[in-house]
Design a protein around this ligand. Structure first.
Ligand SMILES: [Zn+2]
Length: 320
């Protein structure tokens, strides 16, 4: 279903007006009724014959009826818009040791002499792709499914929770992995759901491919299919160590400094921050930001800044 947009009016905001609407609707109905009674009393005072007074009251009743019908139509439209909104899903793929969220960095070995492929080297023994679906809207997504196409690489093995598919394409096949939530599965508004792990062990990059790509397709009820293209940064033994060092420096905590955006005071307290839609994390903060409630500020999350919005904050200790 097409997403209906009204200028300056988001559906989430409309839905948040629910308590006000519950009072406003009866109030408007009573106001229209009172306006009609006032009109009748006023018309009766006019210097007209009784027949003309009744005719004027009839006109007033027609006008009140039209206003009522227009109001009912607006309320019905608002209810329809709220009831038929589509969820807004986004996929995340992340390897703990191979890159950042939606930015995989693969270490590949030498080309195989016979096949020309370069094997993806998984730096740790067990580092599968962690795949999550984030719902950015307030509306639940029902019957979600995800398909992960590998372009320029392949070799995923059969594994629990995933259906692995192949397309015959000489000289190398195109492969995909598919997960389906089923009819009972929902991703609620602003929630993040983790899918079964997808191991890339044994995957090879095909000959002549400089930028292998992961293409993710997300579908759910009442949502148009959504595509995400995730290029894989391929590094070899010569370039990988510099990347690892750069990543470590980027994610390191600056020692002793407050971690609230724009503040560089001495960190003295440890707080736990829960931002809706993000992982719970700890922050080192200064005395000024000890009872900080988050609104309007940003915090650093794995190398990028995220707005804190309606964060919940709890103090858990002091920096030692
Ligand atoms: Zn501070």
């Amino acid at each position: 279903m097409a997403r209906i947009k009204l200028p300056g009016l988001s559906i989430a905001r409309l839905a948040s007006w629910r308590p006000q609407l519950k009072t406003a609707v009866p109030a408007v109905l009573i106001a229209i009724g009172l306006a009609f009674i006032v009109a009748v009393v006023w018309i009766w005072s006019w210097p007209l014959s009784t027949a003309d007074r009744f005719a004027a009251i009839g006109d007033a009743a027609t006008i009140c009826g039209l206003v009522l019908a227009a109001f009912a139509a607006i309320v019905a439209l608002a209810a329809y818009l709220v009831a038929t909104q589509s969820p807004d899903l986004e996929a995340e793929i992340e390897f703990l040791s191979a890159g950042d969220r939606n930015k995989p960095v693969f270490l590949v070995g030498q080309a195989d002499e016979r096949m020309g492929t370069r094997l993806v080297v998984i730096p740790t023994e067990h580092d599968p792709a962690l795949i999550r679906i984030r719902n950015r809207s307030s509306f639940a997504a029902h019957t979600p499914a995800i398909r992960i196409d590998l372009v320029g690489l392949g070799g995923l093995k059969a594994q629990p929770g995933w259906t692995i598919g192949w397309v015959q394409r000489d000289p190398f096949n195109q492969q995909w992995a598919q997960w389906e939530g089923g009819a009972d599965y929902a991703i609620h508004g602003h929630w993040l759901r983790a899918l079964p792990e997808l191991s890339f062990e044994g995957v090879a990059v095909y000959p002549g491919v400089d930028v292998p790509i992961i293409v993710i397709t997300l579908v759910a009820d009442a949502m148009a299919p959504k595509w995400q293209t995730i290029p894989i940064d391929v590094k070899d033994d010569a370039t990988y160590p510099a990347y690892v060092e750069e990543r470590r420096a980027r994610n390191a905590r600056e020692p002793g400094r407050c971690e609230i955006g724009g503040c560089a005071d001495e960190a003295r307290f440890v707080i736990v921050v829960r931002v809706p839609g993000h992982a719970v994390q700890t922050l080192h903060v200064c005395a000024k930001h000890r009872h900080f409630q988050g609104r309007g500020a940003r915090l650093r999350a794995r190398g990028s800044w995220i707005p804190m919005g309606d964060a919940e904050v709890q103090e858990v200790g002091e920096v030692t």
